[in-house]
Design a protein around this ligand. Structure first.
Ligand code: AVJ
Length: 317
């Protein structure tokens, strides 16, 4: 969906999304894709998460951008077509505009209403940069419309959103990016690095309960998308590091036995049943580089923070 900011935005699920939600909810291991965390409220709750003292990734990555942005611009080159994947409020890319000086900025986000609001403000701040907002899901297949310049495409994928994919899925995704960036493009990607469990547990189960609200909000969104009747009060948030699997997991646990119905189905959840809502894989720096190289990119430079908690990697086609 091209963002013109005039269209009706709060739509019910399309056929593909409805199929995916239905399949996940009737599966033995119940799951909801993390992309459904991001309706307009979910995007705002994620913005609040980024302000939390426990949620170190945003702050750590911002410090890396602030310190090394000029060098990133030298390595990635000026005048690119900057394609921002999961742009949200567009703040990270905007912080790099003065250094990167993109010829065109293309923010993409599944949360189209939220993106639209951000884009209105961004166009006022940077009237000289051509912008093309796209409200769409890019996690599976995606095609960039003809308005997106083909020259010097720089895919910007900050925040370690890559962690929502399994490493195998991440490779498929990066290969699709590689195929779309021609021979003169590249990727600037943020990757959260493996660290101690206490830090990770706190980051995904904060004292204020903002992450809990963010996770529970997925049920509200699903109620809206497929006409479900989840009672949000009957569920609780879990967010923790699973060291054996190298990932943080978020789940929602049923607090009591309950029946939930939706347009095309329904099921009973027993007390203690869990819905898996997110994985957030944490990488070793070398493994992240190897993943990029297996996907057809050549890693050119890595920037990290003094604690080595987070890495920003530039890789070229
Ligand atoms: C936006 C996917 C990078 O995994 O850290 C934040 C989402 N989930 N708190 C992450 C999230 C819980 C975030 N990403």
């Amino acid at each position: 969906m091209h963002i013109s900011c005039t269209e009706e935005v709060s739509l019910a699920a399309n056929a593909h999304e409805a199929d995916e939600l239905h399949a996940g909810l009737v599966a033995e291991q119940t799951w909801i894709s993390p992309k459904f965390l991001y309706d307009a409220l979910g995007s705002k709750l994620f913005e609040a998460i980024c302000e939390l003292p426990e949620y170190y990734p945003t702050r750590t990555e911002a410090a890396i951008f602030a310190r090394h942005g000029a060098e990133m611009a030298r390595v990635a080159g000026l005048g690119s077509t900057l394609v921002d994947l999961g742009a949200g409020n567009c703040a990270k890319a905007a912080s790099l505009f003065p250094l990167l000086q993109p010829a065109q900025y293309v923010p993409i986000d599944i949360s189209s209403e939220f993106l639209c609001d951000a884009l209105v403000r961004l166009r006022q701040r940077f009237p000289h940069i051509a912008m093309e907002g796209l409200g769409m899901d890019f996690s599976q297949r995606f095609e960039l419309p003809p308005q997106v310049r083909e020259e010097r495409r720089l895919f910007f994928y900050p925040g370690s959103s890559i962690g929502n994919f399994t490493p195998e899925e991440a490779q498929g995704f990066l290969r699709r990016l590689r195929a779309q960036c021609g021979d003169d493009g590249g990727v600037l990607i943020g990757v959260d690095l493996a660290k101690d469990k206490a830090t990770l547990d706190a980051a995904y189960d904060d004292a204020l309960g903002v992450t809990a609200a963010f996770n529970l909000n997925v049920l509200r969104h699903v109620n809206h998308l497929i006409g479900a009747d989840f009672d949000i009060r009957a569920w609780r948030h879990h967010g923790f590091y699973n060291a054996a699997r190298g990932r943080v997991e978020m789940h929602l646990e049923a607090l009591r036995r309950q029946e939930v119905r939706w347009n095309r189905g329904g099921r009973v959840f027993e007390a203690g049943d869990c819905i898996h809502t997110e994985n957030s894989y944490k990488y070793q720096q070398a493994d992240a580089i190897a993943l990029l190289e297996r996907s057809g990119f050549e890693a050119t430079r890595v920037w990290t923070d003094p604690q080595r908690w987070f890495a920003v990697i530039h890789a070229q086609a």
